[in-house]
Design a protein around this ligand. Structure first.
Ligand SMILES: [Zn+2]
Length: 507
C-alpha cells in the first residue's frame, strides 16, 4: 500500500533487483520517480439537494447518491447549478455520435446514463461494439467528457444490469477516502463534483422535472438525441480533510544502441490494497501475491533476459508503478512526466496478474483489435503451439482497468494479454486462473504458494520478450489499428490526461 513502511521495502527491493539485473537508473539518472499523492477524506456525509419551481428532493449519501470531489480543497460546494440530461454523455466522432450536440453546459450539472447505447445487444456488433464494453461506456470516460464540456458537476444514473454491479458497490468504492495525484501542473480535467445517483432516486428526480425516465432512456439510445434541460437545480457541500504524501515509481533502462531516445517499455504495478475483505480468512492483509507481485517478478525476469542479451537499437524501459489499485495513479503521473518523451515511447506491454497455475493451450488478448503489437504476439504464441482465444470478459473492459490504459489514452500503443483458460496440465495448487479471478482476486487469500507452477507464466514472458525485441530492434513502430478507440485518426478529440478511480476494481 503506497505511503506505508512496507511500500518503502517493496520499492527498495525492486530497485535492487533492477540494478542486479544489469539495468541503469531509468528516470533522468535516478531509479525512483517520486509521485506526489493526496488523500481526500470526507469530513461530513453530503446531501445533494435538487430543487424545482414545484418542490425539492434531498438525496442522501450512501442510500440515494454517492458524490465526491477530486479538488484537493477542504470545502467544495455546488450552488443552484442547472441540471441537464445528456443521454449517455458520449461524444464519439469515430462512431458518428454526439450526445452534447454543442449544448452549453458550462457551470451546469450534467446527468447521464451508465454504459453505452448498444450495451443490451447480444453480440459484439453495433456503433459501440455491442455487449463488449467500449471506452465510451466506461464511467471514467463520461466524467472526463463532462469536464471537457466545462460542467461543474457530473452525475451518472446507476442501473445494476447496465453497470454490472449493485449501487452499494459504488457507495463502498466512492464514499470513503480518495487518493489522487497531487500535481500542481494538473489541468482542470474533472468537474468539481462527480457522483452516481441510484436508479430509484433518478426516477424521483425525473418525476420532479416532469420527465419520464424510461422514455428519456430510450430516447438517449438514438443518434438524434438532444440534451434535455431539466428545469432543476442541484446544490451540495463537500467537506474533506486533506493529507499529502508521496509514493514511488521504480524505473530502470537498457539504453538503445543507435536510437537511445526511443523506447519500448515493460511495466507492472507493485502496489496492492493493504487490507481488504473478507476477514473470515483469519486476517485482512492483502498481499497481492498474484496481483501483482507476479507481474513485477515477470518484469524483473524480462529485465534480466534483455540485460544479458546484446544491446538493441531502441532503449527498453522497465517500470514498476505505484498507486494502480487506487486509480492507475503511478502510470497516469508517469505519462505526464515520462522518463523519455512519450512521442518516442513507441509502445509497451503491461503485465497485471501472471498465470502461476500451470501452462495453458491458449493465450488471450484483452480487448483485441487495438494495435499492431498483437500480430507478433499471436505469431509467437502460435509457434509455442498455443491458440488465441477470444477475450473471456469482453463486457468487463479489462483493458481499461490497469496501467496500459494511461499509455493508451496518451496515444502510446500498449498490449494487455494473458494465458488463456484451457489448461494443459492439472494445477499443482488446485487453482486455475479462472478460479483465481472469481474467488481469490482482491481478497486476503491472494498469498504466495511455494507450489505455484510458473511454466505458463514463463511461456507468456517468452511471448512478451519476442514482441518487445521485435519493436526494440526493428525500425517499425507499433501503431493503433483502424477503428480502435485510442487511435483517434480522424477525430478532434484531445488525448485525455487524467485518470479517475476505476470502479470495477483495477486489476
Ligand atoms: Zn493488479
Amino acid at each position: 500500500m503506497p505511503g506505508t513502511p512496507q511500500a518503502a521495502d517493496a520499492v527498495e527491493y525492486i530497485r535492487a533487483q533492477m540494478k542486479r539485473a544489469g539495468l541503469e537508473p531509468g528516470y533522468h539518472g535516478r531509479w525512483i520517480q517520486d509521485v506526489p499523492l493526496v488523500t481526500l477524506t470526507p469530513a461530513t456525509s453530503p446531501v445533494l439537494e435538487v430543487t424545482s419551481d414545484h418542490g425539492s428532493l434531498r438525496l442522501n449519501q450512501g442510500s440515494d447518491v454517492v458524490v465526491w470531489t477530486k479538488t484537493p480543497k477542504s470545502l467544495v460546494s455546488l450552488h443552484d447549478s442547472e441540471m441537464v440530461f445528456v443521454g449517455y454523455g458520449i461524444v464519439a466522432p469515430d462512431a458518428g455520435w454526439d450526445d452534447y450536440k454543442g449544448a452549453d453546459v458550462r457551470g451546469k450539472t450534467v446527468v447521464m446514463l451508465v454504459n453505452d447505447p448498444d450495451w443490451q445487444s447480444s453480440d459484439s456488433t453495433g456503433p459501440f461494439g455491442g455487449k463488449r464494453l467500449s471506452y465510451y461506456g466506461r464511467y471514467t470516460y463520461k466524467f472526463e467528457e463532462a469536464a471537457r464540456h466545462g460542467a461543474n458537476a457530473a452525475l451518472i444514473i446507476h442501473r445494476t444490469d447496465a453497470a454490472g454491479y449493485p449501487f452499494k458497490v459504488l457507495v463502498n468504492t466512492n464514499a470513503g477516502p480518495k487518493v489522487q495525484i497531487d500535481d500542481p501542473s494538473d489541468p482542470k480535467d474533472h468537474a468539481s463534483v462527480e457522483g452516481w445517483i441510484s436508479q430509484s432516486s433518478a426516477k424521483d428526480v425525473f418525476d420532479l422535472a416532469g420527465l419520464d425516465l424510461e422514455a428519456q432512456m430510450s430516447n438517449a439510445g438514438t443518434r438524434e438525441f438532444h440534451p434535455v434541460p431539466m428545469q432543476l437545480h442541484a446544490s451540495v457541500t463537500l467537506k474533506n480533510t486533506i493529507s499529502k504524501f508521496k509514493s514511488e515509481n521504480v524505473v530502470g533502462i537498457l539504453p538503445g544502441q543507435s536510437d537511445p531516445s526511443e523506447a519500448f517499455f515493460f511495466s507492472a504495478h507493485w502496489d496492492h490494497l493493504g487490507t481488504c475483505e473478507p476477514a473470515s480468512l483469519g486476517h485482512r492483509i492483502c498481499n497481492g501475491a498474484v496481483d501483482n507481485a507476479s507481474g513485477v517478478a515477470g518484469v524483473l525476469s524480462l529485465a534480466r533476459s534483455f540485460a544479458s542479451s546484446p544491446k538493441l537499437r531502441r532503449s527498453v524501459l522497465f517500470i514498476a508503478f505505484t498507486g494502480e489499485e487506487q486509480g492507475l495513479l503511478g502510470s497516469a503521473y508517469y505519462v505526464k512526466h515520462p522518463a523519455l518523451p512519450l512521442s518516442d515511447t513507441v509502445g509497451g506491454i503491461n503485465i497485471d496478474v501472471m498465470n502461476v497455475f500451470g501452462p495453458t493451450n491458449d493465450v488471450m488478448i484483452l480487448h483485441p483489435g487495438l494495435t499492431t503489437l498483437e500480430a507478433p504476439f499471436i505469431a509467437t504464441a502460435t509457434k509455442q503451439g498455443r491458440k488465441l482465444s477470444p477475450d473471456a470478459f469482453p463486457e468487463q473492459g479489462l483493458y481499461y482497468r490497469s496501467d496500459q490504459l494511461s499509455f493508451a489514452r496518451a496515444g502510446v500503443p500498449t498490449l494487455f494479454a494473458s494465458s488463456g483458460f484451457q489448461r494443459r496440465t492439472t494445477s499443482n495448487t488446485g487453482m486455475t486462473l479462472a478460479y483465481y479471478f472469481q474467488h481469490v482476486y482482491h481478497t486476503p487469500a491472494d498469498t504466495f504458494d511455494p507450489n505455484w507452477d510458473w511454466t505458463g507464466a514463463i511461456e507468456d514472458l517468452e511471448v512478451y520478450r519476442a514482441v518487445g525485441r521485435a519493436f526494440a530492434s526493428g525500425g517499425e513502430r507499433p501503431t493503433w489499428l483502424p477503428g480502435s478507440e485510442f487511435g483517434f485518426p480522424n477525430s478532434t478529440r484531445k488525448p485525455v490526461t487524467d485518470v479517475h478511480k476505476d470502479l470495477l476494481p483495477n486489476l
